[in-house]
Design a protein around this ligand. Structure first.
Ligand code: CTP
Ligand code: MG
Length: 216
């Protein structure tokens, strides 16, 4: 199944405490976080278009790095991750789209394959991991409720959709000025479509905190 990928790199990475955007962090002498996540999709012949979304002030630098790849295009990020996805979506050409955080460079190709297979029969799917911790709802410093643990999962990316569906959901969110925590939540709100889970991998972590860098 052919698909487009939106690769999100337009954040600031402020929680890593680096003095630059974490997607430019070098995982080894050769490759940065962004190089590594991009290469996963460059290797997949079904991925005909990769839209790297980056901050306006980093656009020239990122274009210079990757302009040699014919399937790679660029879009300007926005204030929030949701704005960045929305900007990327405007450029998507395929009927199906993968939305992936560039800050998750350890995604494995077998998961891309499973997501593609799932997207052949479902309109929306994402990688999820069952929570091993007990999760509680807290208000004002007091526990309100404990969630049933076998129903609690952690969402990862890629999150994958029929392009028309996720576009419509993003447009409704813009009209309603609503901000979701991820793209799947927009489908929960506006999609009326089941969202299929694909079991993710613990190694597909998002580089977020200083400890994520020191544990590499
Ligand atoms: N992202 C984006 N546009 C934004 C904010 C985030 O494209 N306005 C991207 C980030 O580059 C990252 C992914 O979305 O690849 C996940 O977001 P997060 O982990 O929160 O990254 P940052 O926003 O960069 O980090 P922080 O919140 O610590 O500043
Ligand atoms: Mg952020």
């Amino acid at each position: 199944m052919k698909y487009s990928t939106i690769l999100l790199a337009a954040g600031k990475g402020s929680r890593t405490n680096l003095d630059y955007n974490k997607v430019f962090y070098h995982l080894d002498t050769e490759r940065t976080v962004l190089d590594t996540s991009l290469s996963l999709f460059l290797k997949d012949p079904d991925c005909t278009q990769i839209i790297i979304v980056c901050a306006p002030y980093e656009l020239d630098e990122v274009e210079a790095l990757y302009a040699r790849y014919p399937q790679v295009e660029f879009a300007q990020g926005g204030e929030t991750r949701q704005d960045s996805v929305y900007n990327g979506l405007k450029k998507v050409r395929e009927d199906h789209v993968f939305i992936h955080d560039a800050a998750r460079p350890f995604l494995k190709p077998y998961l891309i394959d499973q997501l593609k297979k799932t997207l052949e029969i479902e309109d929306a799917c994402l990688l999820m991991i069952p929570s091993t911790d007990t999760v509680k709802i807290v208000e004002g410093g007091y526990v309100v409720k404990t969630l049933t643990r076998d129903q609690v999962y952690r969402a990862q990316t890629p999150q994958c959709f029929k392009t028309a569906l996720i576009r419509k959901c993003h447009e409704k969110a813009v009209a309603a000025r609503k901000l979701a925590t991820d793209d799947a939540q927009l489908v929960e709100w506006y999609g009326k479509t089941p969202i299929r889970i694909v079991y993710g991998d613990e190694e597909n972590t998002k580089i977020t905190l200083p400890s994520d860098l020191s544990n590499l």
